[in-house]
Write a protein that binds this ligand. Structure first.
Ligand code: NI
Length: 163
């Protein structure tokens, strides 16, 4: 396993659109292991492959306090079950130290492939619903700051460039 470097905003590689995984193989599983190690090291709750400069549709997540609930979503998609949005203070390992409120639908159905190559469905509300949408955005080259005003985004960009 290895800790991978995380791309930081405004790195243009964060804008790449990730490709579908054709077959889940040893290479995919080793990427998943490295992503978990990287996410835990960075004290994050979710990580998309895009953030470690691998442009494949792979997401890892662990929303538990004690790191006991590792989740993998390969080629994930969502269907919105309820258009009602909820505000949530989002952060991102690619934009460290920045937390801003974003509104997203609070009830979605996730379809994805697991680390063994099996397709599964999972209904999501609350933090899981927010997190999966945030991470799928990464795979599409989108960041949570894209939902903010231009002015706010410029300020964050300036702050990040200084670091
Ligand atoms: Ni993020």
């Amino acid at each position: 396993m290895a800790i991978l470097p995380i791309l930081k905003y405004p790195d243009p590689r964060l804008r790449n659109k990730a490709r579908e995984v054709q077959t889940v193989n040893k290479k995919t599983q080793s990427l998943i292991d490295d992503m978990f190690e990287t996410m835990i090291d960075a004290k994050g709750i979710g990580l998309a492959a895009t953030q470690v400069d691998v442009h494949k549709r792979v997401i890892v997540m662990d929303l538990s306090e004690d790191r006991s609930d590792p989740r993998v979503f390969i080629n994930p998609s969502i269907e919105v079950l309820d258009e009602t949005t909820q505000p949530y203070d989002e952060g991102c390992l690619s934009i460290p130290g920045v937390y801003e409120t974003v509104e997203r639908p609070n009830h979605v159905m996730i379809t994805a492939t697991d680390r063994n190559g099996d397709i599964f469905n999972e209904e999501a509300t609350g933090l899981l619903a927010v997190c999966i949408q945030h991470e799928i955005d990464h795979l599409d080259g989108k960041l949570f700051v894209d939902y903010l005003s231009n002015l706010k985004r410029q300020l964050i960009r300036k702050k990040m460039k200084k670091i």
